[in-house]
Write a protein that binds this ligand. Sequence first.
Ligand code: FDA
Length: 412
Amino acid sequence: MSGSLTFPRPSRAASSPSSPFDAVIIGAGAAGLLCAALAGQRGRRVLLLDHWPKVAEKIRISGGGRCNFTNLHTRAENFVSGNPHFCKSALSRYGPQDIIALLCKHRIGFHEKHKGQLFCDDSAEQLITALREECAAGEVTHWQPCAVEAVESAAPGFRVRTAKGWVSTRALVVATGGLSIPQIGASPLGYRLAEQFGLPIVPPRPALVPLAFDPALWAPFADLSGVSLEVDIQTEYAQGTVSFREDLLLTHRGLSGPAILQASTYWQPGKALLINLMGEVTQAQWIQSKQGNRRTLAGELGQYLPQRLAQALCAQTGGADRRMADFSDKALRTLWQQWHAWAIHPSGTLGWRKAEVTAGGVDTEALSSATLMARNVPGLHFIGEVVDVTGWLGGYNFQWAWSSAAACAQAL
Ligand code: FDA
């Protein structure tokens, strides 16, 4: 543990005899499994419920089957939320070192791939097994598949109608994740429950998602599918401007790759994305390069960009085949400005089927950052992706799932 979270194990006799469960956790994904395990190991009587036949599908498919389970450089700045400070408390008490310790305990090999991203060496399946073993160690009751049909207040606590009948509980933890990839179990239940209990919702939207363009505008680039290059990308959002240096990938319908996925979380419909295609080449260097230069414009740009992309960009100017030496300084300055901040206007995203995560969710204003409990509904907690905290690409979303789960478990 890097922080102050410790999980002593009091006797289960401490539970109220009138309440069969101390906590019912809805959703056996990353957040729900860890929360159930830690609460169970504290001696809480926990029921973990999930409507989907397979446990933790998103862990299974993440990171190409190897799960990028955390990022060594996790900081609050790597998350997008209506309240950028909200995630700090949970992250400081259960950080990357804590989930690493869990993998080590279960002898799961892992490695760093890129910019602090940690992946399992072999398979994400090992992490799911480890979490299930931790739940077993906490004597968690796990019903899956089991639909949740209704939830009502029971003062104190809650009554939950499930496919297996009614259960009552002192605390209810909603860990139902976001809306992305509906084909493997995503549902809006978490948002519906928040609404039922009067909690505000920041409208959910697809994030870490490829962006699409008007087919007519994209036509000059549609044949370049598969071309990729490293770029600086910049976009505005409600709290300022954000930029990333990552790989950009051209597709038939638009743009993808880490640069676009990162920017998509911040991008607002109607706004432009600015992409620097000129890299480190300064305006002065670009203009100077025309001296005695017999290359064509497309040939020169192709020194810095994949040739096919250079050709398509230059074709738009009508001067692709003109020699560099024949351009005026003014014309070259204009071209440099255009490509140094290539302004593109996406028509939308590829939606929930392609989004890695959901931005927005249960408004953090309504939750305690220390316990993830609703301020006005004692015993009701929301953890993981269902909350309006969205991580960057690179293991941050799982880290939020672990951190918020552990903070909640400590409070159950
Ligand atoms: P999660 O989605 O894991 O779990 C929610 C659970 O709730 C599911 O088991 C679901 O079945 C259940 N549920 C939903 N509705 C229900 C209902 N009505 N009744 C009962 N149960 C219900 N992140 C990262 O950090 N590194 C990575 O490598 C990746 N890679 C990645 C790849 C792909 C393809 C996707 C789609 C996503 C990622 N992510 C990721 C994101 C990451 O998977 C995600 O942020 C976490 O799984 C969120 O954990 P949660 O536990 O909050 O939700």
